[in-house]
Design a binder for this molecule. Structure first.
Ligand SMILES: *Cc1c(COP(=O)(O)O)cnc(C)c1O
Length: 402
């Protein structure tokens, strides 16, 4: 994330709020109900209502709110019984949380290279990563762009693997008639401040199995069971509850979402079409079958030879010098310091991992390594600006070729 606020001044700021968020927060404070309580005894109403509203919003039967998106992934993994030494296939091009949540459960993430056009997990590469220890897959819908979930679910079902969709970028994304997060066993969302739906921090898991929903709830609320005595703890659990403050703000943001979502989708199409007309620019291609996209980020890839050989750093600098805000792309997971050194959790055998030491060499992840060297990202707010601002961006990029 770029924190260069001064560059952002000519583009919409994020988050966008008005008096309704302030009022909602004030109401929580005045109510004296500062936490959600338990299902039997609601202290506040926001978390409970949010769960219902978000399940409906994303087309799922159940939603369990959590304090952030990282622990939403962890909770889904724990409830699906992923643990010690199990292998979980994760996209290599994502935020660290997609893999650190796996580490937290004492399982081992296995990194999967991406498709050079859609920039998401290459489903063709998944099967070659499956071993006897593989228990789950975490497809990450980067920028809200769907992993080919129909094909991925076939592979998962054939191999008896659980699927947790990382939907941190995919609020509102819809693929082949179904919203993301409903294809796999569970979908994990984030409402962190930069996300397209936010409460500053926050997370949620959606799913369609009541039994799984109960287990996820239990893990996030101290091993309790719905509507049972408060001090009965039936299984190992922890406290990952969302606060009333978070839920109150997210609920207001959810009302603003549909209009913003539509505008992001229209403007992303407009900007992609214009950028793709420039020789040597390829905007992230929506996966075939995509109906709506979350557009948390807008990535595009450039061909250095068509731009006088400029480096990515120079490309970023030139955009910023022209007053255009950018976001940093995620360094591929296999390059991160923590995954080079291997010493992550005491007592866990990481020798089967496809990362660490020599294995973290870029040669083993050719597509993502190439893409990362020449990809540029815009933050989603730019997709809320007027068409003349988008034209301006296109013209500035064209001028780099002169
Ligand atoms: C933001 C994000 C998360 C988790 O988010 P939190 O900051 O813990 O809410 C997980 N995966 C991806 C891809 C993300 O971008």
């Amino acid at each position: 994330m770029s924190f260069k606020q001064e560059i952002r001044k000519n583009f919409p700021k994020w988050p966008i709020y008005d008096d309704s968020e302030i009022k909602a927060l004030t109401n929580v404070i005045k109510s004296g109900n500062w936490w959600c309580g338990s299902p039997g005894v609601h202290q506040g109403e926001n978390v409970w209502k949010f769960q219902e509203e978000f399940a409906k919003f994303q087309g799922a039967n159940y939603c369990i709110a959590t304090c952030n998106g990282t622990v939403a992934i962890e909770s889904a993994l724990m409830a699906l019984n992923i643990g010690l030494g199990d292998e979980v296939i994760v996209s290599d091009y994502t935020f660290v949380a997609s893999a650190s949540a796996v580490i937290a459960t004492n399982a081992v993430p296995i990194f999967c290279d991406i498709d050079p056009e859609t920039l998401v997990m290459d489903v063709d590469k998944v099967e070659s990563l499956i071993t006897k220890r593989t228990k789950a897959i975490i497809p990450v819908h980067l920028g809200g762009n769907p992993v080919e979930m129909d094909r991925l679910m076939e592979i998962a079902n054939e191999n008896n693997l659980k699927v947790i969709e990382d939907c941190a970028h995919a609020h509102g994304s819809k693929y082949k008639g179904k919203k993301l997060g409903n294809w796999g066993d569970a979908g994990a969302f984030s409402f962190q401040a930069s996300k397209v739906l936010t409460g500053g921090e926050g997370g949620a898991v959606i799913c369609n199995s009541e039994d799984l929903a109960d287990q996820i709830y239990s893990y996030t609320d101290c091993g309790r069971k719905k509507n049972e005595y408060f001090y009965n703890h039936y299984s190992y659990g922890t406290n990952y509850r969302m606060t009333e403050y978070q839920a109150a703000v997210i609920r207001e943001q959810m009302k603003k979402f549909p209009k913003q979502h539509e505008l992001r989708n229209q403007n992303a199409k407009y900007l992609s079409d214009k950028l793709n007309q420039i020789e040597g620019i390829k905007a992230m291609k929506p996966t075939q079958g995509t109906e709506e996209l979350g557009w948390y980020i807008f990535p595009f890839v450039y061909e250095p030879s068509k731009f006088g050989g400029i480096s990515k750093k120079e490309f970023y600098e030139k955009l910023n010098q022209n007053g255009i805000p950018t976001d940093d792309c995620y360094p591929p997971l296999h390059t991160l310091e923590c995954f080079r050194k291997i010493k992550l959790r005491k007592g866990i055998d990481y020798s089967n991992a496809n990362w660490g030491g020599e294995k973290s060499s870029d040669n083993h992840f050719p597509i993502v390594s190439d893409i990362y060297r020449r990809s540029i990202e815009f933050p989603h707010e730019i997709l809320l600006s007027s068409r003349d601002k988008l034209d301006y961006i296109v013209n500035v990029i064209k001028s780099f070729q002169k």
